[in-house]
Design a protein around this ligand. Structure first.
Ligand SMILES: Cc1cc2nc3c(=O)[nH]c(=O)nc-3n(C[C@H](O)[C@H](O)[C@H](O)COP(=O)(O)OP(=O)(O)OC[C@H]3O[C@@H](n4cnc5c(N)ncnc54)[C@H](O)[C@@H]3O)c2cc1C
Length: 375
């Protein structure tokens, strides 16, 4: 007699959630349901490329992935603000839209959302870009007045990548654009080796892009941005503004043990796991907000759910990054490999970044080239 397969619900189909769902369904032991508020997986690490390519080049319908990997896809937005984790643990049921779904294991992989929701005329937020891509910015830039000033708020990886992509694309069309970037920190891409800042500053200078460091964006009104910098308040003009000032975890930063099990009042849950940007793990494994980390955490919890279910020992999350790369427009970039002091710049950095990112595309085609760091 065939026994019924255990039910797994994965909330969020980004890098972490998809890794979890694909690996668990591939094991053949579970009935996996992936829930996401979007209809399509967005390969968001390429989002800056939507300045010159349609966003559809970087999206795959979840229904297509569900067919390919034999899981169920349920479109639906989870009300994360009222998610009662302790109740989920005791009831083993979760509400998705109007349905109450039972689960044996739950994987929370809801990622992070934009910190800034400042919107308005001529202001583009991360939410907008994730929905429509960068084509709208280009169209608006092309139809506006003689001289157009474009400002990026946020000098992290996302802001920098968008700035260079947009600059290089628009400058090819016309010389009437002026670009500027506002960064709260005293350096660009904080958290990365100093060489990232130095190289990026050099590239900004080469392109004549103004950079306001240690400067906080306060508000926007009538094409004027109010800023607070080292010399006090100031205002700058901006015809188009991209708000890319960072993200925060959804529903919050969920504390987990070294196996990815959610900690509830300090005790590990036996059926709820978390992975990706919404999670922080105990131990020495990396907790950065990157796609590489999200994939590795997703892989860890997939393996550990399987182990826990089979009464086998779970594996500790031990992933350490071997490199990080940033693109500065087509065919330029900066990154480090093996050791943070070992930086590479220019076209080789760009090429390595592309190669690293191909791995997840291969994975979604069914070719798993990841080497796991599990014990
Ligand atoms: C523009 C941009 C560029 C980036 N570039 C890089 C890069 O070059 N390299 C790099 O390593 N990292 C990069 N990152 C960071 C990287 O994308 C994240 O670290 C990674 O996406 C985290 O994966 P995740 O699975 O935790 O979350 P996500 O990939 O964000 O996935 C979360 C999923 O959960 C769904 N979800 C959220 N809330 C709900 C809800 N309430 N109900 C239902 N579904 C929900 C979302 O729709 C989404 O599909 C970039 C991020 C951005 C925004």
């Amino acid at each position: 007699m065939q026994t019924e397969r255990k039910k797994i619900i994965v909330l969020g189909g980004g890098y972490a959630g998809l890794s979890t769902a694909v690996l668990l369904s591939r094991s053949g032991k579970f009935q996996v349901t992936l829930v996401d508020s979007r209809e399509r997986f967005l390969n968001q690490i390429h989002l800056h490329k939507t300045v010159s390519e349609p966003i559809d080049h970087f999206q795959i319908p979840y229904t297509e992935l569900a067919d390919r990997f034999d899981f169920q896809f349920l479109p639906g937005k989870i009300d994360t603000a009222s998610l009662d984790l302790a109740k989920l643990e005791t009831t083993g049921r979760i509400r998705v839209m109007s349905e109450e779904l039972p689960f044996d294991y739950l994987a929370i992989c809801t990622g992070a959302r934009a910190r800034s929701h400042d919107s308005g005329h001529h202001i583009y937020t991360l939410d907008y870009l994730k929905e429509h891509g960068g084509e709208g910015i280009v169209s608006e830039a092309m139809v506006t007045r003689e001289h157009t000033t474009i400002t990026v708020i946020g000098g992290g990886a996302t802001g920098i990548q968008f700035l260079f992509e947009l600059h290089d694309f628009l400058r090819k069309k016309s010389g009437r654009f002026k670009f500027q970037i506002v960064q709260m920190d005293d350096r660009l891409v904080p958290g990365m080796p100093r060489a990232f800042h130095n190289y990026t500053m050099k590239r900004l200078k080469d392109r004549g892009i103004e950079c306001y460091l240690s400067t906080r964006f306060i508000e926007a009104a009538n094409n004027q941005l109010k800023l607070e910098g080292p010399d006090g308040s100031s205002e700058i003009s901006s015809d188009l503004t991209l708000m890319l000032s960072g993200v925060e975890p959804v529903p919050e930063l969920l504390r987990c043990n070294v196996y990815g099990q959610l900690l509830l009042n300090g005790r590990p849950s036996n059926r709820i796991f978390a992975a990706g940007d919404c999670s922080v793990y105990e131990g020495s494994g990396l907790n950065s907000f990157t796609a590489q980390t999200a994939v590795r955490k997703g892989r860890t919890i997939a393996s550990n759910i399987e182990a826990l279910d089979a009464n086998k020992p779970m594996s500790r999350y031990k992933y350490q990054e071997l490199g990080y790369f940033l693109s500065l427009g087509p065919w330029d970039g900066i990154g480090w490999i093996v050791f943070p002091f070992n930086t590479i710049a220019g076209p080789p950095a760009f090429a390595i970044k592309e190669a690293i990112e191909m791995q997840f595309q291969f994975f979604l085609k069914g070719l798993d080239t990841y080497i796991d760091w599990l014990s």
